[in-house]
Design a protein around this ligand. Sequence first.
Ligand SMILES: Nc1ncnc2c1ncn2[C@@H]1O[C@H](COP(=O)(O)OP(=O)(O)OP(=O)(O)O)[C@@H](O)[C@H]1O
Length: 348
Amino acid sequence: MITEEQVLNALKSVNEPHLKKNLVDLDAIEELKIKENMVSLKLTIAQPGSGEQMALQQQVVNAIKGAGAESVGLRFEKMSDEELKKHGGQATEEKKSLLEKTDQTTFIAVTSGKGGVGKSTVSVNLATALSRKGKKVGIIDADIYGFSVPDMMGIQESLKVSGQRIYPVKRFGVQVISMGFFVHDNSPIIWRGPMLGKMLNNFFSEVEWDDLDYLILDLPPGTGDVALDVHDMLPTSKEIVVTTPHPTAAFVAARAGAMAIRTEHEILGVVENMAYFENKISGEKEYIFGKGGGHKLAQDLNSEVLAQIPLGQPEIDEDNFAPSIYDENHPIGRIYLELADKVIGKTE
Ligand SMILES: Nc1ncnc2c1ncn2[C@@H]1O[C@H](COP(=O)(O)OP(=O)(O)OP(=O)(O)O)[C@@H](O)[C@H]1O
């Protein structure tokens, strides 16, 4: 049967990955039990739960089995800050979740009553416009049923993962996290309620955001699970409701807005998208999708229309391809800059 001495000898050959000293010299063995050639161990290490732990786990098991044990059970605990310092490590500061930094970051949820009204287009262009105004901006594409932000912004790469941390992709100065980064080959996903909230929560706590003045949330349309989760999670979030100018669309959007009011979220205002088409020759506005929806919605929500965005496509820039981002000199790009100004004015 394997002896305690043999186990300790084996552990002398394994270095704690963070502190680069062997486990015995570190006093990392909190508990050691041997029963019928089965070893169970409790170790204190610098960063339990990290990729480092996974690597260490394997080394410890190999070393002890190499010394003759049949099986090895392991538990890990975090080393105290005093112990860490004693061995030349640095006390690890608990990273604050973004949710605890509401004093620094304004959360803006972009919602709509139904799909296809341009909610994602408004989200990405507002984020880009705020960044063009010198603000530090992030966007979370939480529209799990139709994540489109990476494509819209012309993002080719995926995010970087290091250990447990996730780093957003930067595009037009905007830090981007999308559900799309976590789904491969575009396979449809069925997300269940709690799973959605968990995923979103991870975006707030596990993602290594740079400082943020604004975090834009592109929510799924309607008043579903995710919208509800966000309302609960972000009590201080502000909202922009997107609608088309058709009065019926505005009526549906009012429901999304009504939830904001019920949960005491401040509504910054309404964006009326596809508001009109400007005839290039006559310069006249043609109200293809109806008229008045934005104002009706704003009235219902006791709010205001922040912008009316006409129909129009961005110009395609082959060198900097982003199919849905309007250039800052494009007439619609300028409207988004005005929208950004209004948002800044209302939130600072
Ligand atoms: N002002 C506009 N002029 C022309 N096309 C627009 C405008 N706004 C949005 N679109 C187009 O309308 C389509 C729907 O837009 P978008 O995906 O932003 O809507 P959405 O409300 O986010 O939809 P979903 O919730 O279904 O993802 C896209 O093809 C987009 O390029």
